[in-house]
Design a protein around this ligand. Structure first.
Ligand code: BEZ
Length: 265
């Protein structure tokens, strides 16, 4: 959840209410990580620490890093009240300071906030440096938005904001790569890719589309004055209703994940 090139800011209360699925739907990538008691694990883009705490409960020794001060404050609060303890540190994913000290680097729903190829190259170099070269099990396990992620929502945003001279895609600057592209980046950074795949994951939005837009696309919508913003949200919802709302009135977002497991070469 790091990096804010889109002007995306995090309201931790809205995130807790509308984005809890980000942690609760992570069981497959956590299973792929297979954390072991006593392992040192870096949670890259830890957000409010919900998953960091869950991973720490396995007996692994967790360090969560994030670039968002508000998310880090929420993670520190969580740590304060949690039975299991973890470290929380403020770093940008593109400038990690670690050397040869983690058995695993884990990341869920965070790397897509890093803009551009050069940002990803810097992040991957930092992850490679952070992993323990002497551990044959050292691994980098990730789930992030992949090619085609929330395509209908992005198209509706793009179409609705064009008359306001806002390029929603360029403004949001999300990075949703294909497996081919990300494999190339991983291999260039010195990793061997054990697995990498796109996984469609239709995602129920219990609080509906408006809450999702206000939580995950506020960096784009904040470019509008309050009147235009309200009109734009109404229009986006009207466009998406026939596509993403089912007959019972439930909203399901068209998430596509990129999940991979890479090791040191
Ligand atoms: C995602 O986790 O895939 C995502 C997050 C924010 C905006 C769009 C997609």
């Amino acid at each position: 959840m790091s990096a804010q090139p889109s002007g995306q800011t995090w309201n931790t209360e809205a995130y807790a209410a509308n984005g809890r699925f980000v942690a609760t739907l992570a069981s497959d990538v956590v299973a792929l990580l297979a954390p072991q008691s006593g392992e040192h694990i870096l949670d890259l883009g830890c957000g409010d620490g919900a998953l960091t705490e869950q991973l720490a409960a396995t007996g692994a020794i967790l360090t969560g890093v994030d670039a968002s001060p508000t998310m880090l404050a929420a993670a520190r609060q969580r740590n304060l009240h949690s039975a299991v303890k973890f470290n929380v540190e403020h770093h940008d994913a593109t400038a990690l300071p670690y050397h040869n000290q983690f058995d695993a680097v884990f990341s869920n729903a965070a790397l897509h906030w890093i803009t551009g190829i050069s940002g990803h190259q810097a992040a991957l170099a930092g992850v490679h440096r952070a992993l323990r070269i002497t551990n044959p099990q050292a691994r980098f396990v990730v789930e992030m938005g992949g090619h085609g992620n929330v395509a209908a929502i992005r198209t509706a945003l793009q179409a609705t904001l064009a008359p306001f001279h806002i390029d929603a895609e360029a403004t949001a600057a999300s990075f949703f790569p294909s497996p081919v592209l990300y494999r190339r980046l991983l291999e260039s950074a010195g990793f061997t890719v054990q697995s990498i795949a796109l996984i469609p994951r239709p995602t129920p939005l219990p609080n509906g589309m408006e809450s999702w837009l206000n939580t995950f696309r506020n960096g784009v919508l904040d470019r509008l004055n309050p009147h235009d913003r309200a009109a734009a949200i109404t229009s986006i919802i009207a466009l998406l209703k026939p596509i993403l709302r089912d007959a019972d009135g439930n909203w399901v977002a068209d998430y596509v994940r990129l999940r991979f497991h890479a090791t040191l070469r």
